[in-house]
Design a protein around this ligand. Structure first.
Ligand SMILES: Cc1cc2nc3c(=O)[nH]c(=O)nc-3n(C[C@H](O)[C@H](O)[C@H](O)COP(=O)(O)OP(=O)(O)OC[C@H]3O[C@@H](n4cnc5c(N)ncnc54)[C@H](O)[C@@H]3O)c2cc1C
Length: 584
């Protein structure tokens, strides 16, 4: 077993983790940073982001508009102090990226170009063609390499936090390359492990997004906040779930049903848009667009693909080949490769797909959890600026703003802990690796990864999909508890040490079961409809009883407890949810 000492450990080398690492290194080059990632950093999911990152750039846009779009889009579940901080920091974060070399797309006059995204009053989304995530991650990765104090632990799987006397002291991990056990010790730990879309069967999320970091915190007693809110993106490719960016609609693409009818005009996506370019329609928020699809499907107005999927059509033909190649090259590449459709000449089949985890590890505005020394940032965290529904393109900016903030906080704490007495972690280390050796030792068992995962997927989609209601959620709570019991009997057939992908899939499944459990229990307790959480049995938003954050705490092998926490409503009281032109 190898042991490493650092000042700050960061789990996750996506946009949030790299931003945090750079912030620590810039703040104090004498602090040793351990950057742990289960994949090579450039393979983190941030790389897949297409459309762009939101920040106010020029008139007529204002910070107030960005604040209001975000709070209203989040159906008032956002903490308004966090949103205020976020919108003010956003332009600085994107400009800093520009200085580090991020090639933002530009207008004819040389200024940074912005595009519109759903639920926004003004054009506010900075982009690098439709490969924004790739360029952002690449810029961060190359910048991080300037700092010798950042030591990378690529292809190391973080297992469990080490906790004593109400404070975190490090974590256990496994080298994926060699199977070797590792212990990393530090007074500050930042979790930046991204979302948990893989808890659902049909998702845009990469295979690595299994919620490991959220589960790690949850097991250590830290709460998951608003974890019932999962965002469906209205335009994924059937079969694979690959995303067709909202940028395609932002640039003028339209959605039509099997009759070629622009069905969104029949749905309430907010009042008519005063913004002269067009009505909300395709630029309505993602939750409402996904719900509209569900209704079209029920009315039999969707299109059946040869593989049996129900889809609608996204038509961008009117943009023309030159424009598509310049602004949306990846949309063209993806549709040709994965559904055999060239969007220059034919509409793209699309359907809603699980996309983004609004909830996550409960943090305060400074990214701190209630476990001393533990911070969380990025999609795994709930700080909370996304409320009940995230606005597209806010999260790439969120990982920069709050990743940096986590780095600065963690650095401060590390400096204040230099004289901390050493703790004996042996028992916790043994317990953590004991789980792994238990899995490896079981040679026979009735349970398989594929079997348990498939059942979890079925339960999540059936009970906690676009629409939810009491009976299926209640049944899912009981059945996931059963799956967690059966998980303890899981046996794996591969007992090799080197890149044992079966072992890591088993560990990821354990995390997904824990997150799935927290999701269904939180969804059952929220007896109202708000943002991405729509209950057929409670169709109205209920501010009297439910304008609060859900706080799920693990009960170990028992059901989690679901408590409440007030929402910070510092200056804009709840109102009707409106888009593209909230009254000032
Ligand atoms: C297809 C797609 C397109 C998107 N497009 C946009 C967009 O245009 N605009 C926008 O704002 N947002 C977009 N998003 C959302 C946005 O990209 C993500 O929310 C954001 O990039 C998450 O960054 P992150 O740093 O929090 O996590 P990630 O980039 O997911 O990184 C997570 C890191 O954690 C590590 N990790 C996880 N578990 C472990 C473990 N057990 N041990 C060690 N390491 C671990 C991984 O190796 C990885 O390095 C998109 C998302 C998807 C899926």
């Amino acid at each position: 077993m190898q042991t490493f000492h650092a000042d700050v450990i960061i789990v996750g080398a996506g946009g949030a983790g790299l931003s945090a690492g750079i912030a620590v290194a810039e703040q104090d080059p004498s602090l040793r940073v351990a950057l742990v990632s289960k994949v090579y950093p450039m393979r983190s999911h941030t790389v897949a982001a297409e459309g762009g990152a939101a920040a106010v750039i020029r008139a007529p846009d204002t910070l107030e508009d960005h604040f209001r779009d975000t709070v209203s889009g989040g159906d008032w579940l956002c903490d308004q102090d966090a949103v205020d901080l976020f919108v003010a920091e956003a332009p600085k974060a994107l400009t800093r990226l520009e200085h580090w070399g991020c090639p933002w797309s530009r207008a004819e006059d040389g200024r940074v170009q912005v595009r519109s995204f759903g639920g926004m009053k003004n054009e506010r989304t900075w982009f690098a063609a439709d490969k924004s995530g790739f360029h952002i991650l690449h810029t961060l990765f190359q910048t991080s390499q300037r700092f010798p104090s950042i030591q990378r632990f690529d292809e190391v799987y973080a297992l469990d936090l080490l906790v004593a006397e109400g404070a975190v002291g490090g974590l256990t991990g496994l080298s994926m390359q060699t199977g070797e056990a590792m212990v990393l010790l530090a007074p500050s730990v930042i979790i930046a492990t991204g979302g948990a879309g893989r808890v659902f069967p049909f998702t845009t999320n990469g295979a690595i997004k299994t919620g490991d970091g959220m589960a790690m915190a949850y097991r250590a007693g830290v709460a998951l906040k608003d974890i019932e809110f999962m965002q469906y993106h209205p335009t994924g490719l059937p079969g694979t779930g690959i995303l067709i960016t909202e940028g395609a609609r932002g640039e003028g693409g339209i959605l039509v049903n099997k009759d070629g009818y622009r069905y969104l005009q029949d749905y309430n996506l907010g009042p008519p848009d005063p913004w002269p370019r067009r009505k909300a329609m395709e630029m309505g928020p993602r939750d409402r667009l996904s719900q509209a699809f569900w209704h079209e499907q029920k009315k039999g107005r969707t299109i059946k693909t040869s593989a049996g999927d129900d889809v609608v059509h996204l038509d961008i033909r009117k943009l023309g080949e030159k424009f598509i190649d310049e602004r949306l090259p990846m949309v063209r590449e993806l549709s040709r490769a994965y559904v055999g459709v060239d969007p220059v000449v034919a509409p793209i089949p699309v359907r809603p797909v699980v996309h983004y985890t609004m909830g996550g590890i409960d943090t305060n505005i400074d990214t701190a959890t209630d476990l001393a020394g533990l911070y969380a940032a990025g999609e795994c965290a709930c700080v909370s600026i996304n409320g009940a529904n995230r606005l597209g393109s806010n999260s790439l900016t969120e990982i920069l703003v709050f990743g940096t903030r986590a780095g600065l906080q963690a650095a401060d704490r590390a400096r204040s802990q230099v004289d901390r007495p050493a703790t004996n972690w042996d028992a916790q280390i043994q317990a953590s690796f004991g789980k792994v050796s238990g899995l490896m030792a079981r040679t026979a068992g009735n349970e398989s990864i594929v079997g348990l995962r498939g059942q979890l997927h079925g339960l999540m989609e059936g009970a906690a999909g676009i629409y939810r209601e009491d009976a299926p959620l209640r049944a899912a709570c009981a059945e996931i508890a059963g799956l967690r019991r059966r998980y303890r009997e899981l046996a794996i057939s591969d007992h090799s040490k080197v890149f044992n992908t079966q072992l890591f899939q088993a560990l990821e499944l354990g995390a997904m079961l824990e997150i799935g459990e927290a999701m269904v229990h939180s969804a059952l307790a929220r007896r109202e409809s708000r943002g991405a959480h729509q209950r057929l049995d409670f169709p109205q938003r209920d501010d009297v009883q439910f304008l609060h954050h859900s706080i799920a705490r693990s009960g170990g092998q028992d059901a989690p407890s679901i408590e409440h926490k007030p929402v910070n409503i510092s200056r804009w009281p709840p109102g009707e949810r409106v888009y593209g032109g909230a009254a000032k």
